[in-house]
Ligand binder design. Sequence first.
Ligand SMILES: NC(=O)c1ccc[n+]([C@@H]2O[C@H](COP(=O)([O-])OP(=O)(O)OC[C@H]3O[C@@H](n4cnc5c(N)ncnc54)[C@H](O)[C@@H]3O)[C@@H](O)[C@H]2O)c1
Length: 329
Amino acid sequence: MRSLVTGGAGFIGSHLVERLLADGEHVTVLDDLSTGRSRNLDHLIGRADVELRRGSVTDPAAVRQAMDGADRVYHLAAAVGVRLIVDSPLSSMRTNIHGTEMVLEAAHQSGAEVLLASTSEVYGKNTSDLLHEDADRVLGSPLVARWSYSAAKGLDEALAHAYWNELSLPVTIVRLFNTVGPRQSDQYGMVLPRLVGQALRGEALTVYGDGRQTRCFSYVSDVVEAMVALAGEPGAHGSAYNLGGAEEISMLDLARRILAVTGSPSPVDLVPYNLAYGPGFEDMRRRVPDNSRAHALIGYRPSTPLDTVIARVAEHLLDPRSAPSAAVT
Ligand SMILES: NC(=O)c1ccc[n+]([C@@H]2O[C@H](COP(=O)([O-])OP(=O)(O)OC[C@H]3O[C@@H](n4cnc5c(N)ncnc54)[C@H](O)[C@@H]3O)[C@@H](O)[C@H]2O)c1
């Protein structure tokens, strides 16, 4: 099996690449290193079963070349993170809309299957008890930059579904809910690595808003395992699957758990959203996945406890090998 992983130098992508190689696959990575890091793949340089290509999913020639000979493409390349989307909405939308269209079209031309990484952000402000895949989307104004990520990913899903419906492209969509673990950057608004980093440096943990907003975090290895299982399941084609965590936790409680696990004496500071992201910023009060569809098809059950996740993220941040380098050419 030959797979292409777009965004393979990123947080989730690099774990996925390792998982596919462990299965004996040949893997090509296409990544522009905008938020990905070459050091995530340094340990794979020189292997015969992996090819690392630096290029953009918005470049049709780069996508066609990377797709050459691939049986399957995992499309993860995207502008990700609230901070990045709010600061650079135009380039984010170009990547997240045009890039996905390029990948779907190239897969259609070359006959490759597709697994598309979407997001729980598509549900927007829907705060239902359990968000099922058929739940309504509740979005704010399209003029609020924050919603452009949700709008773009929703359009990606619609495009993918149309390729499946009209052109029989085998495509499966996964909606990831706050996936966390080692290698996740703290630079673009990801809460868990940011708070763990603050705790380790002895700085105040900055929790936005009143801190009572809740999320369900899932560990990257649990999610990657489910992505691979779904990609290999023909019965999954044409549908979307939630992949989220099991434990709902408020951001204040998350900060307290991080302090307990790391043994940090740091205080916790509440920071108004408008100071963090500018005036008019909107956030979700809660977001809880219904994972039953993925459980029924592939037995998905997120198993890594949150304290273990926090400990592994802390261990990674303290590891001197997390230092920068350059490997993808
Ligand atoms: N981490 C999460 O909690 C989460 C939640 C929901 C969805 N997702 C989705 O999972 C996927 C991976 O996200 P991640 O958390 O690993 O983020 P990440 O930023 O670490 O990974 C994204 C990767 O895509 C690359 N990339 C960006 N623009 C590109 C372009 N134009 N061409 C080629 N490569 C490009 C980046 O360099 C990076 O390596 C994304 O599609 C994201 O929307 C992630």
